[in-house]
Ligand binder design. Structure first.
Ligand code: ATP
Ligand code: MG
Length: 392
């Protein structure tokens, strides 16, 4: 296959944004430019409700495609064959070339759909559909090519603008909205399967994500931290650059361990994680927290536990995998490419901090009371924990 010089970028929901549409389109252009920059010279431009990516130098096609198909907001990418001049014969040649380049066999139905945005072009769309359809049949009818105007397997689009743009293949993108169009959120990112998926899902709605990881050295290893960094890197291929805050949590965990009933360790620990996250969110201008919790998955994720944990903060907490089964979350993580990293065996939470019989129906008043045992200490500890956070 010849190297593709141009792509038409299809986006779904942006189209419904009315007056703000250009904001969404600009954001998408920005993301495309940023991701393509290391691969060569590209022009990314908006043109009457279309976004075109044009390669101005050689580039690595597979890498470019792998990057572009991960950008939120893109529903599909169409490789475009361009006819620079608008003479009928040139367009015809480009159409025939396009078929030759993109199809190995021709036993399928098709339809030509011309849009003539450039009214200076003398042939109207219907005539173009018929003429070009005829040319393609002459070339490939013997190999099985036939016309189906109602349900063609291949729709060949021909757009007559400043040049003629010809495309028929759609390479699917992730959908969603361009990141940066829907505020900011802070994700509690652990090394497991669920929180990277949750981070991806909120990012997909156009939200700029950052992450916080609670690190408990020496009870957790450096490998566990590296694993979280790696997960953040994978998610950021979709959601764009992401800050990761690493909070040193060891002293706080030890204080909880020494001062609170052990069956309440996890709940109290979660509440404090949330409180710290709320503080970071405030400083970062993030409007919500995101976690990978799912109802009933573990004892700290019963309805009662979730409500007690929620109660620790005022900021909204979003849990996009709340209604998903474990297997559904696993499938999702395989699809986005985080699964293999998530199942690496470095635990992010040492077993000594987890009780054998944790409460499943915690009472918020009781928890609050027991929290008081550590509260003075915790308040003192949150500050240094916040200050020693690393930003990756
Ligand atoms: P995951 O699969 O996302 O790691 P999990 O199954 O281990 O989650 P829990 O340990 O109960 O479940 O954690 C529930 C949620 O709390 C996680 O999805 C994550 O959002 C947050 N969380 C847990 N541990 C940490 C941590 N060490 N750092 C940051 N967030 C955490
Ligand atoms: Mg989980």
């Amino acid at each position: 296959m010849n190297q593709v010089k141009m792509f038409l970028v299809k986006y779904a929901e942006i189209g419904t944004k009315g007056k703000n549409r250009y904001v969404f389109e600009e954001q998408l252009c920005k993301r495309l430019r940023l991701r393509l920059k290391p691969l060569g010279e590209f022009s990314v431009r908006r043109d009457f409700g279309r976004i075109y990516v044009e390669a101005l130098s050689d580039y690595d096609y597979d890498e470019a495609l792998s990057r572009m198909t991960k950008i939120f907001g893109i529903s599909g990418l169409c490789p475009v064959t361009v006819s620079e001049d608008l003479k009928y014969d040139s367009i015809k040649k480009a159409v025939l070339d396009h078929f030759e380049n993109w199809y190995d066999e021709f036993n399928f139905s098709f339809k030509v759909r011309t849009r003539r945005n450039n009214k200076a072009f003398p042939i109207n769309s219907m005539q173009m559909d018929m003429e070009l359809g005829h040319e393609l049949l002459v070339a490939h009818e013997a190999e099985g090519l036939h016309v189906d105007v109602h349900a063609p397997s291949v729709m060949l689009d021909v757009e007559i603008r400043d040049r003629a743009y010809i495309y028929s293949k759609i390479i699917p993108g992730p959908g969603g909205l361009p990141v940066g169009t829907n505020g900011k959120a802070l994700s509690l990112l652990s090394g497991g399967i669920d929180s990277p998926v949750a981070t991806y899902m909120i990012g997909k709605r156009g939200v700029e994500m950052s992450g916080v990881y609670y690190n408990s050295p020496p009870y957790t290893s450096l490998r566990a931290l590296e694993k979280v960094e790696k997960l953040g890197t994978i998610v950021s291929q979709y959601s764009g650059p992401m800050k990761l805050f690493v909070v040193n949590f060891t002293d706080i965990q030890l204080a909880i361990y020494d001062n609170c009933p052990h069956d309440e360790l996890t709940i109290i620990m979660k509440r404090i994680m949330f409180k710290i996250a709320e503080r970071i969110a405030e400083q970062e201008g993030a409007q919500s927290l995101v976690t990978g919790e799912s109802i009933g998955q573990v004892s700290s994720q019963t309805m009662a536990s979730l409500s007690v944990i929620d109660n620790a903060v005022d900021i909204p907490v979003f849990r996009p995998v709340i209604g998903m089964d474990k297997q559904e979350i696993v499938n999702y993580s395989e699809k986005i490419g985080t699964y293999e990293t998530s199942i690496e065996p470095y635990e992010d939470c040492c077993t000594i901090f987890v009780d054998k019989h944790p409460v499943t129906k915690p009472n918020v008043n009781v928890i609050r009371q027991h929290e008081q045992n550590v509260f003075d200490k915790i308040d003192e500890m949150i500050e240094p924990a916040l200050q020693t956070r690393e930003i990756i």
